[in-house]
Design a binder for this molecule. Structure first.
Ligand code: ADP
Ligand code: ASP
Ligand code: MG
Length: 413
C-alpha cells in the first residue's frame, strides 16, 4: 500500500463537474489499494473574490480578519469533494487546517508551517478513509486562523507529504507539468521531464507561478519528491528532485518573467561612504524588500543609485526616497512601475560562458533596451520596458532553442 498526497489547484476544482471528476480519480486510486490524502484549493477565482469583498470595505483590511475570510474558500471545496467521494461509496473526512493541526507562526497572510500532527490523518487512513485537507491555511499557537500566502496550497501538500512520510507529493494543476516557460505566453514551450529543486526554486522566485516558492523550499529541505501533473490529461508530468547522477544538465532549463516590480532611481547623490545605507536603510525600516540594486560609478563627486521593489510597495518607496533625496541633497528622484523582469535559468550555466551575450544580443536584435542586469550562478535577469515582455520572452525562448528536445543548446552559442 502506497500513501500518496495529491494536491488539486483552483481550476481543477473550479466547477462541480470537476470536483466529481477528482472524486472519480481518488476513488480509482483507493480501489487500486493506495492510501490517499487530497489537499485542495478554493474554487478558481474564489480567493480573489473574497479579497475584493474585503477591499470594498477597507483599503487595508486587518490581516487576521482577512485570514478568517480567505480560509473559507478552501473550506467549501474540502466539504464538496468529501461529499462527492462518499457518493461513490468510499468513506471520506474533510479537515480545515486548524482541525488537522497544521500549526503555523502568527504572520497572518504569509504564515509558515511549523508543525503538523499527522496522527489524526493516520487514524483515518487506517480506517480506509480518503482524507481531504484544506490547503493554504493553518492556525497559530493561540488557535487564530492563518493563511500561507497566495499559492499556499502547494506548501500544505508538501508539508503533509513530509509529515506523513508519504512517497511523493503530486501537484495536479491545469498544465501537464513545468514548461520551459509559461505555455500561455509561448505556445511552443516544452514540458520538462525533470528539474532540480534548485532550478525550480529560481524559476518560481523569478515569476513562474506554477509552484509556490515556499513549497519548493520545503520540498528541497525535507527531500520530498514533487511531481507536477495535469488534472485533466494523463502523463508523467514533471518530477522535481535533487540533482541525480546522469541527469541531463541543460544550459538553460527555462525562462521566467514577472511584472511585479517597480524601479526607483535617485540621481546626483553625493558620492561618499554611507550613501547606500542612507538610501536603503529607511526603505528596509519600512519593511519594503529590495530586489536589484545598482550603483553607478561616481563622477564629479556624485553618483546615481537604482533599485527595484515590489509594485505594491512602489508609492511608499517613492515617498521614502523623495525624503532621503532632500536630506542627502540629491538632484532628482525618478520612478517607473511599467517594467518587466525576464530571467533565464539553468544549472548548466555554471560551466558555460556565452549565455549572457546570447541573451543581450537577442534582445538587441528585437530593439529591446535593457535597463538593469543581475546575475547569479544559475540565472541572468534583465529589466526591460513592460510592453516588450512577451516579445522578449518569445525571442529568448527561440534563441536558446528551448522548444527543441533535448534542451541542450549547441556550445557555439
Ligand atoms: P493551480 O490553481 O493549480 O495552483 P496555478 O495557476 O497556480 O495553478 O499554476 C499553473 C499555471 O502556472 C499555468 O496555468 C501556467 O499558466 C502558469 N505557469 C507559469 N510558468 C509556468 C511554467 N514554466 N510551466 C508551467 N506553467 C507555468
Ligand atoms: N486559494 C489560494 C490562492 O488562490 C491558495 C492556493 O490556491 O494555493 O492563492
Ligand atoms: Mg497555484
Amino acid at each position: 500500500m502506497t500513501l500518496i498526497v495529491q494536491k488539486f489547484g483552483g481550476t481543477s476544482v473550479g466547477t462541480l463537474e470537476r470536483i466529481e471528476a477528482i472524486a472519480d480519480k481518488l476513488v480509482a486510486f483507493q480501489r487500486r489499494g493506495d492510501s490517499l490524502v487530497a489537499v485542495v484549493s478554493a474554487m478558481s477565482g474564489e480567493t480573489n473574490r473574497l479579497l475584493a469583498l474585503a477591499h470594498e470595505i477597507h483599503s487595508q483590511p486587518n490581516p487576521r480578519e482577512l485570514d478568517v475570510l480567505l480560509s473559507t474558500g478552501e473550506q467549501v471545496t474540502i466539504a464538496l469533494l468529501s461529499i462527492a467521494i462518499e457518493k461513490r461509496g468510499i468513506p471520506a473526512r474533510s479537515y480545515t487546517g486548524s482541525q488537522v493541526y497544521i500549526r503555523t507562526d502568527s504572520a497572518h497572510n504569509k504564515a509558515r508551517i511549523q508543525e503538523i500532527d499527522a496522527k489524526r490523518i493516520h487514524d483515518d487512513l487506517r480506517q480506509g478513509r480518503i482524507v481531504v485537507v484544506a490547503g493554504f491555511q493553518g492556525a497559530d499557537e493561540k488557535g487564530n486562523i492563518t493563511t500561507l500566502g497566495r499559492g499556499g496550497s502547494d506548501t500544505t501538500a508538501v508539508a503533509l507529504t513530509a509529515a506523513l512520510e508519504a512517497g511523493e507529493c503530486q501537484i495536479y494543476t491545469d498544465v501537464d507539468g513545468v514548461y520551459t516557460t509559461d505555455p500561455r505566453v509561448v505556445p511552443e514551450a516544452r514540458r520538462l521531464a525533470r528539474l532540480t529543486y534548485e532550478e525550480m526554486l529560481e524559476l518560481a522566485s523569478l515569476g513562474a507561478k506554477v509552484l509556490q516558492i515556499r513549497a519548493v523550499e520545503f520540498a528541497s529541505k525535507h527531500h520530498v519528491p514533487l511531481r507536477v501533473l495535469s488534472s485533466f490529461e494523463k502523463g508523467e508530468g514533471t518530477l522535481i528532485t535533487s540533482e541525480v547522477e546522469g541527469m541531463e544538465e541543460p544550459l538553460i532549463s527555462g525562462i521566467a518573467f514577472n511584472i511585479d516590480e517597480a524601479k526607483l532611481t535617485i540621481l546626483g547623490v553625493p558620492d561618499k561612504p554611507g550613501v547606500a545605507y542612507h538610501i536603503l536603510g529607511p526603505v528596509a525600516d519600512a519593511n519594503i524588500g529590495v530586489d536589484m540594486i545598482i550603483q553607478n560609478v561616481g563622477r564629479d563627486g556624485t553618483t546615481d543609485f537604482t533599485f527595484t521593489v515590489h509594485r505594491n510597495d512602489y508609492l511608499k518607496a517613492l515617498e521614502i526616497l523623495r525624503e532621503s533625496a532632500s536630506t542627502l541633497g540629491a538632484r532628482e528622484v525618478r520612478g517607473d512601475d511599467k517594467i518587466a523582469k525576464i530571467s533565464v535559468v539553468g544549472v548548466g550555466m555554471r560551466s558555460h560562458a556565452g549565455i549572457a551575450s546570447t541573451m543581450f544580443h537577442t534582445l538587441a536584435q528585437e530593439g529591446i533596451n535593457i535597463q538593469t542586469i543581475s546575475t547569479s550562478e544559475i540565472k541572468i535577469s534583465v529589466v526591460i520596458e513592460e510592453k516588450y515582455l512577451e516579445l522578449g520572452v518569445r525571442a529568448l525562448h527561440s534563441a536558446f532553442e528551448l522548444e527543441k528536445a533535448p534542451s541542450r543548446i549547441s556550445s557555439s552559442l
